[in-house]
Ligand binder design. Structure first.
Ligand code: PEP
Ligand code: MG
Length: 752
């Protein structure tokens, strides 16, 4: 067949039209799938189209093909991760390979009689959070697939997802049953243990119609649904009995609903011929994929909020209420989900939820933050959760150790009885500490602050004592919107953060973008080594308007109160001075405009680039405070990429080298009378926190989840004794002092 070059538009319009006709006809599933792959080859002018369906055991089965040998249908299998198709499934994203046969991951399956095809475009078939298969096309010549073709394939993949979801229900009986009694490793998100009955939470709404009959009707439906969801959220916000935590969270949902970029994207997709529901889902999936590429876990986890908002909208478009039906939960419920939004958790009767088990999850995920405020343990990282756990299974969750027992034996249950007793005592202990400040046994006060990036991060269990926000990361609103948030939007966000703290200090960090945190509307420089590239303060000094706008928003948000600002990734004094000068220009501008100025402005720097250590004596004369970002500092000190799992645990932050560097910085700051705190992950870990206090640090800023544990460490340690012990160890040739510090803590009853 002669292949004509892929010009746009007409192909996809015709393909979708033909697909709509096909969907309207009654026929067996297999026949429908065969016809769909044939239709794709015909309308998209490709040589091969194949559909692979995910089967038990992470196998992708060739289910339909046009262009490969049809005898291979139901005979060819690839593992997830095997070959190019497996790669698409593994990464769960659309991939294009221009020279498929030369690709190192290419796998040849002789039974398919595959010819030497050149280009391959693979699209994952995803429904809700579940991968159902892969749809792929191939051509005999090198082909740059256009956006139009890619989008058409993605739309067809959505249709296939619905077909397969129904089909899978029919074949479910054939699925290989996972052994009913098992023990699975997970990741601790909120420590704690619980035993109870599994309740499966599947939050994705089923999309009933994908291809629109009338675009104008769909646009109207979208408008009505957006208004309805917004008004539902606003009426929840106005409810007299709403709690502060729910209020904060729902307000952040409004950010998504009012996002003009998001709405215009959905509108554009509707204009290509999709229904409003399908368009919301498509744009939601694309945004999730884009945000999912960002390595920063904090940003990544905001995806779940977006999914929650999209689901509410789809539910409305499907003609249902926007809140999840309140199902009757068993008394001891273990909620099992792939992932979930925080509002979805609050839709349940949370009193009955004893633990949450998630396939995904990190400590910065909103649902985890809300669960913490409700004292519910959370276990994350359980791969393939829905094939392991059935509704009504008995589960024993040890989120402290990161273990899940499915239908546990009596011995395991006995063990859990003991654990539950210990937990009761521990909870009572934390409860006692909650209202107390961080002071060491020998009376040294340690300021314990938290790191945050949305006011929802500050949802603490009622009455929890903490000293403020030591690091407010400002990247999120910049990363989640389609265009630069204007000064007013930013001011509003920062003002809310300040108000939610009720007068406690908050340190705003200017934009730390670049590296893996790429803004959608910002040029992508395609750097080879972005962690050391054009990022953070380097960008904001070069694009001064960005910095100025943000500083203006800080100044206005302070509304006459004290303002604390710090600059990230400062590598030389002149960068700090330039940034500070910009702040002064903004203060002067505000003064001339007659605005309210902050009562005081404290300007500090993060110390995360080693070069700054060698300018410290001069720097301390210029800054109001120093905050050490141990995540980046360790990365640059040891020359180890913090995002590379092959090496990230090769060097330990409890090594004499790192501890000596930290002590050096703290000693110089102390001598100059400049406050120096730690805001990297080290401050969130009990043993590390003990060492830091032993080194002389009196201010730690941590992930909010760690507050109880770190307070317990601080209050059970003697600063002077730990300091004396550490002094004897800092010259040790060992790669790490971890084991020694652990033994020390155990011997001295320090609560690690
Ligand atoms: C750090 O580098 O330690 C830090 C706190 O900043 P971030 O993790 O946001 O890079
Ligand atoms: Mg950093």
């Amino acid at each position: 067949m002669k292949i004509t070059p892929l010009t746009q538009n007409i192909f996809s319009t015709n393909a979708l039209k033909a697909l709509r006709e096909l969907m309207g006809k009654q026929m067996p599933h297999q026949k429908r799938l065969d016809k769909i792959v044939a239709l794709i080859t015909e309308y998209l002018h490709v040589n091969v189209c194949s559909l692979y369906v995910l089967r038990p055991g992470d196998l992708l089965e060739l289910f339909a093909t046009k262009g490969l040998d049809e005898k291979a249908i139901h005979e060819t299998f690839l593992r997830v991760g095997e070959g190019l198709i497996g790669e698409v499934a593994l990464q769960r994203k659309t991939l294009i390979f221009e020279n498929a046969w030369e690709h190192p991951s290419f796998v040849y399956k002789p039974e398919t009689k595959e010819k030497a095809f050149k280009s391959l475009l693979g699209v994952p078939i995803i429904r809700g959070d579940n991968l159902l298969g892969v749809l792929a096309v191939q051509t005999t010549h090198t082909q740059a697939f256009s956006d139009e073709i890619t989008e058409t394939m993605q739309t067809i993949a959505m249709v296939l997802a619905e077909i397969l979801a129904t089909y899978q229900l029919e074949v479910k009986e054939n699925l290989i049953k996972v052994e009913s009694r098992s023990k699975v490793d997970g990741v601790r998100l909120i420590a704690g243990v619980a035993v109870g009955q599994a309740v499966l939470h599947r939050h994705s709404e089923r999309i009933t119609d994908i291809l629109a009959k009338n675009t104008n009707v769909e646009l109207k439906k979208l408008k009505t649904a957006l208004e309805a969801v917004e008004s539902d959220i606003r009426s929840l916000l106005d409810a007299p009995d709403i709690q502060a935590d729910q209020q904060d969270m729902l307000t952040s949902y409004l950010l998504f609903i009012q996002d003009k970029g998001w709405i215009s994207k959905i509108t554009k997709v509707i204009e290509t011929g999709l229904t409003a529901q399908a368009a919301v889902q498509k744009v939601g999936d694309e945004t999730s994929e884009r945000m999912g590429k960002i390595q920063d876990t904090y940003i990544k986890e905001r995806i779940h909020d977006l999914k929650d908002v999209s689901n509410r909208l789809i539910r409305y478009l499907n003609g249902k209420n926007t809140t999840v039906q309140n199902i009757k939960l068993p008394k001891n419920t273990i909620l099992v989900a792939h992932s979930m939004g925080p509002a979805e958790l609050l839709d349940y009767d949370t009193e009955k939820i004893k633990a949450i088990v998630l396939e995904e999850g990190s400590q910065t995920m909103h649902v985890v933050i809300v669960a913490r405020s409700l004292n519910i343990p959370v276990l994350g990282g359980i791969h393939n959760i829905f094939s392991l756990v059935n509704g009504d299974d008995e589960l024993a969750v040890d989120a402290t150790k990161g273990l899940l027992y499915i239908n546990p034996s009596n011995e395991v249950l006995d063990e859990f009885d003991d654990k539950l007793q210990i937990q009761k005592r521990l909870t009572a202990h934390y409860q006692k500490l909650k209202k107390l400040p961080g002071v060491t046994e020998d009376g040294i006060p340690i300021a314990l602050s938290v790191n945050a990036g949305l006011s929802t991060d500050l949802l603490m269990p009622e009455g929890t004592y903490f000293d403020g926000v030591g690091l407010y990361r400002t990247e999120l609103p910049f990363m989640t919107s389609e265009q630069l948030p204007d000064v007013e939007t930013q001011t509003d966000i920062y003002r809310r953060a300040i108000l939610s703290l009720g007068g406690k200090p908050i340190v705003f960090r200017t934009l730390d973008i670049g590296s893996d945190k790429i803004l959608p509307y910002f040029e992508n420089t395609g750097e080879k080594n972005p962690a050391m590239g054009w990022r953070s303060i380097r960008i904001t000094l070069d694009r001064r308007a960005l910095l100025r706008g943000q500083l203006r928003a800080f100044i206005r948000a302070a509304e006459g109160k004290e303002l604390r600002i710090m600059f990230p990734m400062i590598a030389s004094i002149n960068e700090f001075l330039e940034a500070k000068k910009t702040l002064q220009i903004e203060l002067e501008r505000e003064r001339q405009k007659g605005g309210i100025l902050p009562s005081a402005v404290k300007v500090g720097t993060m110390l995360e680039v080693p070069s700054l250590m060698f300018q410290l004596n001069e720097l301390v004369k210029l800054v109001d405070f120093v905050s050490i970002g141990t995540n980046d500092l360790a990365q640059f000190l040891f020359a180890t990429d913090r995002g590379n799992p092959m090496i990230w645990d090769r060097y330990d932050s409890l090594s004499p080298a790192m501890l000596k560097a930290l002590k050096y910085i703290n000693d110089i700051c102390k001598e100059a009378g400049i406050p120096c705190s730690i805001c990297g992950e080290m401050a969130s870990k009990p043993l590390e926190a003990m060492a830091l206090v032993g080194l002389g640090f009196t201010s730690l800023s941590m992930t909010p989840a760690a507050l109880g544990a770190i307070k317990a460490v601080v209050r059970s340690m003697n600063q002077k004794e730990v300091a004396d012990y550490l002094k004897t160890q800092l010259s040790s040739p060992s790669a790490t002092l971890r084991d020694k510090l652990k033994s020390y803590a155990t011997d001295h009853d320090i609560f690690i």
